[in-house]
Design a protein around this ligand. Sequence first.
Ligand code: TRP
Length: 511
Amino acid sequence: MASPDGAPHTADAVGAPPAVEQVKQAAKEQQIDPYNVSGGVDENGNVTAIDYDALRVRFNTPALTQEHLDRFERVTGKPPHRLMRRKLFFSHRDFDKILDYYEKYGFFLLYTGRGPSSGSMHLGHAVPFLFTKELQDIFDVPLVVMLTDDEKFLYTRNKNQGKITKGAALGDFIEYAKQNCKDIIALGFDLKKTFIYTDYEYMGGHFYQNITEFEALLTNNQIRGAMGFDGSTNIGLNAYAAKQCVAAFASSYPTLFGAGDFRAPNYEEARPRKHIAAIPTLIPCAIDQEPYFRLLRENCDRMEFPAPKTALILSKFLTALQGPGGKMSASDPNSAIFMSDTSKQIEKKVNRFAFSGGGATKEDHEKYGGNPDVDVAYAYLSYFLESDDELKEIEESYRKGTLSTGELKKRCIKELQKFVEAFQERRAKVTDEIMREFMTPRKLEFKGNPNATASIEEAVTEKKPEEKQENTSGKLTKGERKALKIAEKKAEKLALREKGQAGEEPKAEDA
Ligand code: TRP
């Protein structure tokens, strides 16, 4: 297989994703965690595509099935999103439970994030946000977006053995976060129900209380197992996981639900509210973030004010232009289409670099047909083309060989240009003032599910004091003694599990 300009897809291909550059090493397994994403390498030194089924088995996350999509449609009255239909979002945890809760209480919290590693986002970054935005529109629920300037700073410093490098000073990450924030806003989020923050700015109040509580629940061994760290990893990066985890708790954002936050000048609410802590959260994210959220789910109920187990909807990665085995990388301009690319650049990149599943020659292609399953132009089209019928027609004619690689790329280029141009128009209008509005903690306005059986008010408001059975004797009640016993047993079990490795969740819970 070759690209239309005849360039071979070898280890030396221009702009090869990191995984491709490691080709000359021995055969090895794919490695996926928050800090590593690469396909395996076979005995011949060729990078193999990421095996998502194997990954699902390793992480023990269930597949997102047709039943989920049907249920989604019944609950929301809207067809399942094309990225769910096309299986970019392919796996989940407790997606059914979040739909149950939404049916009853009519809302939940959406949470996603981005590590600002560069000033401009690429398609691979934009697509999950696009999905999140459409979920927000469909469910009409509040959304928090975490920009992890601290994580990217710590990670880069760690990689560079503590040395300050160009473009990677602390202030650079603060700046990238702002640029990314504007990019995210330009994807069309609704100000009324969206709060975007950077860690350096927002951490404090109840959020920081949750962080330290969560830090107290995680051990070095767990973090090393889940993230692939060792004793030489800087301590900041070790501690960071707690931050990304508690960002899923509604109680980290009381202001969004109209409550106080124990920050200047308002010191009334010293501790998070129990009822806000009980609001469940759904996280749309790529599957490399799963190790964080496995730790999160294992510990939700060990908080003083417990949160329900966070639900996840997990995506595959957008492949690099060079094809399977790597993902789009911000540090490699030729592996990705950037949201700041011009129409000309998009055309050039797709034509020159997009890995093709077409035949080696025109004759071959017409005779044997092409393979859309590995074709990058086809893959990108599948993310953006809304019509299932048109996509099917493209797939079939490509397989038959009646649609040429050149024509397929042309169709893909047109769709990408349309998306990126519309984005750039909106991006140009995102001023500092607009950015600051999104970044201001404030009570969010959302309507949720109009058919819910209970009210949002009911869910977020603390029960009135007279409804509570106040126990003033100082002794534990029977119920409290029982709860304490259960908590102790759980802690024991967890301690045992963490002696092994970063405990995989037991099968039973997903059954
Ligand atoms: N760690 C993520 C990254 O490097 C950023 C992030 C923070 C995130 N919170 C999240 C991503 C929640 C998805 C969901 O990009």
